[in-house]
Write a protein that binds this ligand. Structure first.
Ligand code: IFM
Length: 442
């Protein structure tokens, strides 16, 4: 059973989140090729070599999806605009159909009384920019600023909030060090550059949006609890290094203008020349911070002689989701408290993503998802705990409105409140959708 709206402060907002490439259908509407299309076309990268060509066909079913958002009673919708849909070559001539689409999306939300919360980059880098080195190339900050100007000149007057980049850790580390996401690199120097440039691009985009007179600008970081796999000094150190890479590097750069020593130990030699001089741009004032939280991981020291970061992940004992991610709701209040205490003080915090890929719906009735309802309830309870301790949490967005393209895992994991039939593309609300509707409308 989910807590009711009335169990939260009266100004607390509830939302659902999606992203462009995961739902829109990128082969349609004049969007350009992206590095995800290239990554998926390379054998072994993505389950079944699936890509976002059609996805949920949201491009053509937007009104139906917005009606579902309204029916659930959501206050806010967190969506992303696709760089490659707005500027098919990444730079140069905009795609008029793409701009019109986001215009209609924003108006459609406002007509339904739903606040539009825009994200400028949720991972679909135009291929021509990837050819130029993508996030490794310092020029990406200027390319991103130009893209920001184009799209926000069109919709910035009507969005409720905007954030430049979703989950910098995934953009930089997961994609350039682990090679698990596009562009699929495993290169420490590329990683260091991407980690810094993603923050520089955030700062430049924020400057552009302020220049356009926009307000309510934020930043969205994902965090994963990093715990020692055993009670030893070496395991504790491994967890601390992972915590610095995943959870502290980006928020520290954004809010304090410095990077954690544990990360500089490994990446310092690979950062671009003059990186220290970029913090004036990176630390542009923001109006809120967003936290995406799903799980925790356990770490231990790698065998002797392993290069930095010299850590290994160890399977944890807790019940898991269909992503094989441990369910650990306590991590959510841990991070909400930590963000306020160590980084942002009174700044509003939003849980910009939280949710699960269900197991029960895969094995039985696809619309019966008691495990998702239990997951959401347990995490909302942790939000309430944080609020009661005085942490300024102002809203919660569940990931995701619809089942969608789960990146390297293709369409198998289902995160949606709404089931999408991958043959007909028809939408079918799950039990969790009804539970949210009851909680929000009561
Ligand atoms: O699907 C992703 C989303 O794109 C970013 N945050 C995590 C989700 C689940 O993996």
């Amino acid at each position: 059973m989910l807590p009711h709206r009335s169990d939260f402060p009266s100004d607390f907002l509830f939302g659902a989140a999606t992203s462009a490439y995961q739902i829109e259908g990128h082969a349609q509407g004049g969007a350009g090729r992206t590095h995800w299309d290239d990554f998926a076309a390379t054998p072994g990268n993505v389950a079944g070599a699936e890509n976002g060509s059609i996805a949920c066909d949201h491009l053509n079913r937007m009104d139906e999806d917005l009606d579902l958002l309204k029916d659930a009673g959501f206050d806010v919708y967190r969506f992303s605009t696709s760089w490659a849909r707005v500027l098919p070559e990444g730079r140069g001539t905009p795609n008029a159909q793409g701009l019109d689409f986001y215009d209609r999306l924003v108006d459609g939300l406002l007509e339904r009384g739903i606040k539009p919360a825009a994200t400028l980059y949720h991972w679909e880098l135009p291929s021509p920019l990837s050819d130029l080195g993508g996030w490794r190339n310092r020029d990406i900050a200027s390319w991103f600023a130009d893209y920001t100007e184009v799209i926000m000149s069109r919709i910035g007057d009507r969005v409720w909030s905007a954030a430049p980049i979703n989950e910098p850790w995934c953009v930089a580390w997961l994609s350039h060090f682990e090679g698990a996401h596009a562009p699929g690199l495993r290169d420490i120097r590329a990683t260091a550059r991407a980690m810094h440039h993603v923050l520089l691009a955030h700062g430049r985009a924020t400057q552009v949006m302020r220049g356009l007179g926009m307000t309510n600008l934020g930043a969205v970081c994902n965090m994963e609890l990093a715990a020692p796999a055993q009670e030893t000094e070496t395991a504790r150190h491994a967890a601390q290094v992972q915590d610095a890479i995943y959870n502290r590097f980006f928020i520290s750069g954004l809010t304090k203008g410095c990077y954690p020593d544990e990360v500089l130990d490994g990446l310092g030699a690979h950062l671009p020349d003059g990186w220290q001089d970029d913090f004036d741009t990176i630390t542009q004032p923001i109006d809120w911070i967003g936290l995406n939280y799903y799980t925790r991981k356990l770490y231990d020291a790698a065998p002797a002689g392993a290069p930095w970061p010299a850590t290994v992940e160890v399977e944890g004992p807790l019940p898991k989701t269909a992503m094989n991610w441990e369910i650990y709701p306590e991590g959510l209040s841990h991070f909400l408290t930590m963000i306020q205490r160590d980084y942002t003080g009174d700044l509003p915090i939003y849980v910009t993503e939280n949710g699960m890929a269900g197991l029960s719906e895969l094995t039985g009735d696809p619309l019966s998802d008691p495990d998702r309802i239990a997951y959401l309830a347990a995490h909302l309870e942790q939000v309430q705990n944080a609020v009661s301790q005085g942490v300024p949490v102002k809203g919660y967005f569940t990931w995701s409105l619809l089942d969608n393209y789960e990146w390297a895992l293709g369409y198998a994991p289902r995160f949606g409140l709404i089931h999408v039939d991958w043959t007909s593309l028809n939408r079918y609300p799950k039990a969790s959708f009804s539970a949210i509707k009851e909680a929000l409308n009561s």
